[in-house]
Ligand binder design. Structure first.
Ligand SMILES: *Cc1c(COP(=O)(O)O)cnc(C)c1O
Length: 234
């Protein structure tokens, strides 16, 4: 077994344990490999090891690795900050844009998808820790946009995504995860048109078990699959 395959197997076991510990079916929770800064070969190993989907942060990396067949066999998602001038390169190329974090981006995706004659699946990114350094909607704005999703017929809102603050203690993000879960439930209860609150994307290498305990349906894991990223290498 490769190191990556070993890592994926270990994460799967921990996901199963975390799910069972809170009475959830492990099959409800998918594993998204956060592939930034890892090459196509490593990504292929993760896919072969059974991750459910891949999440890419940068348009340039997506455009590079996709023709190399990096994601072949699984859906690919966009999970990074997306500039409006790069939307054209992403819409229709990915199964889900998880990181819709501002109104201009939503409008731009809508226009682009309309031109291409397709419907783009999206998540709204919530700045659940109200951090100035992070983009994303407040819970109130998220509710407001969900209420108006019928105005975006070329987007399909599938759920919510969050990156909570960096936690200093174990379990430190549980309250944010719980708030996200509540927001998802509240929006779902409204039964808004064009809103399908099925995906709650939260939990990363350090806190995915806590996220699962609070209702995550998709964890996004990079470091625990691929090892530490070397930011100075580029
Ligand atoms: C990098 C990244 C992850 C994964 O982070 P790790 O701590 O390496 O698991 C998850 N989500 C997003 C949006 C990311 O950019």
């Amino acid at each position: 077994m490769t190191k990556i395959a070993e890592n994926v197997a270990r994460i799967r076991a921990k996901m199963d344990e975390a799910a069972r510990a809170c009475g959830r079916d492990p099959a409800e929770i998918s594993l998204c490999a956060a592939t930034k800064m890892n090459d196509a070969e490593s990504v292929k190993e993760a896919v072969a090891a059974g991750v459910d989907c891949c999440g890419e942060n940068r348009v340039q990396e997506l455009l590079q690795k996709q023709p190399q067949g990096a994601y072949e066999g699984v859906p690919v998602h966009f999970i990074g900050h997306l500039q409006t001038n790069k939307v054209r390169q992403v819409v229709g190329r990915v199964d889900l844009i998880q990181s819709v974090d501002r109104p201009e981006l939503l409008q731009c995706i809508e226009k682009t998808a309309e031109k291409l004659g397709l419907v783009q699946n999206i998540l709204l990114e919530v700045n659940i820790g109200a951090e100035e350094s992070k983009s994303g909607f407040t819970p109130g704005q998220t509710m407001e946009i969900a209420a108006h999703m019928c105005e975006y017929p070329h987007c399909r809102l599938m759920g919510l995504m969050a990156i909570p603050p960096i936690s200093v203690e174990p379990g430190g993000n549980s309250k944010y995860f719980a708030q996200m879960r509540q927001l998802l439930v509240d929006i779902r209860a409204k039964k808004y048109d064009n809103v399908h609150m099925v995906c709650l994307s939260m939990g990363m290498s350090d806190d995915y078990c806590d996220a699962i305990a609070e209702g995550s349906t998709m964890i996004r894991v990079g470091t625990a699959i691929f090892g530490a990223r070397h930011y100075d290498a580029k």
